[in-house]
Design a protein around this ligand. Structure first.
Ligand code: NBP
Length: 473
C-alpha cells in the first residue's frame, strides 16, 4: 500500500514528526540519507503505526500516494537544496515538497519560485516546539500555495498542538511567509528570554536572593498575566542544583549565550524593512556581548556604582510589571515586522491568526497571545499593539514601575538593555514631538537633504552656507 505522506531526514525532529504522523493513523514513508537511522526508527517505534521505509530516495518517492506529500527535515542550508533537487527529479506536477527545517525565508522564496516552474508545490513550513513538540504537537506555520494547503492542512492540523480545541496550524501565506513568521517567532523568543534573564539578574543582584528563591517568584508569576512556557521552565532551571558541586545550576554554566542565527536573521530583515525591533536586536546583541570573554576580562577593572543593592521587596512586583510591559513592546515590534513583510511581499498575513498558532506547541506560547488575538479581532488594522485599549491601559498602569526598575538597574550597575530599550520605544512612540526634527535640520545643513514643515506642504532647504533663507526644494 502507498503511504499517505513521507518524511525524509530522520534526525531528532524528523523522527519525532514521523512518529507523530504515524500515531495519528497516517501511513508514513520514511527515508534518511544514512539508512541506519531509517532502520532504527522502524525497529524502535514500528509498533506506533504504519511506517514504509526506503533506503533510496527513489523508493521513498515511489512509495507515496499521488499527489505526493514529502516532508524534508534535514539540516537547513546546502543539505536542503541537495534533497530538494533530488526530490524534484523524482516528482511530478501537483506533488508537494514540504520543507520543515529552519530555512531562511528568502531561500524559501527562491526554492518555491523554481519548483513552481515545474508544477511542484513547495511548502516552506515553520515548525516550532523542539523535539518534544514535533512528537506531541508542534506549532506549524506553512507557507506555499492554497492548493497545497488544501491537501496538507488537515494532516498538519491533526498533528499540531491544540489550544481550546483550536489547532496551532493555519495557512500563513504564499512562498516564504511560513518561514518568515517562524523567524519572527524565534526573534520574539530571543527577546522573551533576554527579558526573563534581566529580571533574574536584577532581582538577584539588587535583593541578594538565591536562584532557588527566585524560582519561587517565577512560579508565582506563571500563575498570572505572565503565564507562559518560558516563565515556567525558568523556575525549573533556577531550581536545579548541580550534582557535582551542590551549587545552583546557573552558577556552574559558562555565561556565554550561543545562537544558531534566527534572531540575527530577524534583525537583519527588520533593518531592511525599516521596522524597529529593538527588543529582539538588544537580545541578539546581549548574547554577542556575552560571547566576548577577552573583552569582558579586559574591561573587568572598570568601576561600577558604589550602590550594589536596594532595600525592600517592592522591586519584585515592579520587575513583574516591567517584564510584562517590555514583553508587550517586544511582541508589538515583532507583529509590526510581520505586517511590514506582508505588505512588502504581498502575503496578506492575518496577524490575529499568527497569535493563534503560537498559543500552543511552540516556545513562546503564552497567555499574552490570547490577548493579542483579541486585539486584532477588535481591530484588524491596529497600527500598533500598544494602541489596543486593553494593552494601553496595562502599559499606563505599569509605566511608573517600569521606570523605577530601569532607574534601579542603572543606579546599581546591572545592565538591562531589554527593559531600557523597550521603555525608550514606549516613550518614543507616545511622544508628541521627537528630536527627529533636529536630525532633519542637521541633514539639511550638511547634505542639503531638505525637510518638510509642520505648517505647509512641500519640501524645503535652508541656505545654511549663505544667507540662511529658506527656499522651496
Ligand atoms: P539536524 O539539523 O541535525 O540535521 C540532521 C539531518 O540532516 C540528518 O537526517 C542528516 O542525514 C540530514 N542531512 C544533512 Br546534515 N545533510 C544532508 C544532505 N546533504 N542530504 C540529505 N540529508 C542530509 O536535524 P534536526 O535537529 O532534526 O533538525 C532538522 C531541521 O529542523 C533543521 O532544519 C532544524 O533547524 C529544524 N528545527 C529543529 C528544531 C530543534 O529543536 N532541533 C526545532 C525546529 C526546527 P544523516 O543522518 O545521513 O547525516
Amino acid at each position: 500500500d502507498l503511504a499517505d505522506i513521507g518524511v525524509t531526514g530522520l534526525a531528532t525532529m524528523g523522527r519525532n514528526l514521523a512518529r507523530n504522523l504515524a500515531r495519528h493513523g497516517y501511513s508514513v514513508a520514511v527515508h534518511n540519507r544514512t539508512a541506519a537511522r531509517t532502520h532504527q526508527l522502524v525497529k524502535e517505534f514500528g509498533g506506533e503505526g504504519t511506517f514504509v521505509p526506503s533506503e533510496e530516495l527513489a523508493g521513498f518517492v515511489a512509495s507515496l500516494k499521488r499527489p505526493r506529500r514529502a516532508i524534508i527535515m534535514v539540516k537547513a542550508g546546502a543539505g536542503t537544496d541537495a534533497v530538494i533537487d533530488q526530490l524534484a527529479e523524482l516528482m511530478e506536477p501537483g506533488d508537494m515538497i514540504v520543507d520543515g527545517g529552519n530555512a531562511h525565508y528568502q531561500d524559501t522564496r527562491r526554492r518555491e519560485a523554481a519548483l513552481r516552474e515545474k508544477g511542484i508545490h513547495f511548502v516552506g513550513t515553520g515548525i516550532s516546539g523542539g523535539e518534544e513538540g514535533a512528537l506531541n504537537g508542534p506549532s506549524i506555520m506553512p507557507g506555499g500555495s492554497r492548493e497545497s494547503w488544501e491537501a496538507l492542512g488537515p494532516i498538519l492540523q491533526d498533528i499540531s498542538a491544540k489550544v481550546d480545541g483550536v489547532p496551532c496550524a493555519v495557512h500563513v501565506g504564499p512562498d516564504g511567509a511560513g518561514h518568515f513568521v517562524k523567524m519572527v517567532h524565534n526573534g520574539i523568543e530571543y527577546s522573551d528570554m533576554q527579558l526573563i534573564a534581566e529580571s533574574y539578574d536584577l532581582l538577584r543582584q539588587a535583593l541578594g536572593v538565591s536562584p532557588a528563591e527566585l524560582a519561587g517568584v517565577f512560579r508565582e508569576w506563571n500563575e498570572g498575566d505572565l503565564g507562559s512556557y518560558l516563565i515556567e521552565i525558568t523556575a525549573e532551571v533556577l531550581d536545579q542544583v548541580d550534582a557535582a558541586t551542590g551549587k545552583p545550576f546557573v552558577d556552574v554554566v559558562v555565561d556565554q549565550a550561543e545562537q544558531k542565527g534566527t534572531g540575527r536573521w530577524t534583525v537583519q530583515s527588520a533593518l531592511d524593512l525599516g521596522v524597529p525591533v529593538t527588543g529582539i536586536a538588544e537580545a541578539v546583541f546581549a548574547r554577542a556581548l556575552s560571547g566576548h570573554p577577552e573583552q569582558r576580562a579586559a574591561a573587568a577593572a572598570l568601576e561600577g556604582p558604589a550602590l550594589s543593592g536596594v532595600e525592600g521587596r517592592e522591586l519584585v512586583e515592579d520587575v513583574r510589571r516591567a517584564l510584562y510591559a517590555s514583553k508587550i513592546v517586544a511582541y508589538a515590534q515583532g507583529f509590526d515586522q510581520m505586517a511590514a513583510a506582508s505588505k512588502e511581499y504581498g502575503w496578506d498575513l492575518d496577524l490575529g491568526a499568527m497569535a493563534t498558532i503560537w498559543r500552543g506547541g511552540c516556545i513562546i506560547r503564552a497567555k499574552l497571545l490570547d490577548r493579542i488575538r483579541a486585539a486584532y479581532d477588535a481591530d484588524p488594522a491596529l497600527p500598533t499593539l500598544l494602541a489596543d485599549p486593553d494593552f494601553a491601559a496595562e502599559l499606563n498602569a505599569a509605566q511608573e514601575a517600569w521606570r523605577r526598575v530601569v532607574t534601579t538597574a542603572v543606579r546599581i550597575g546591572v545592565p538591562t538593555p531589554g527593559f531600557s530599550s523597550a521603555l525608550a520605544y514606549y516613550d518614543g512612540l507616545r511622544r508628541d514631538r521627537l528630536p527627529a526634527a533636529l536630525v532633519q535640520g542637521l541633514r539639511d545643513f550638511f547634505g542639503a537633504h531638505t525637510y518638510r514643515r509642520v505648517d505647509r506642504e512641500g519640501s524645503f532647504h535652508t541656505d545654511w552656507s549663505g544667507d540662511r533663507a529658506e527656499h522651496p526644494a
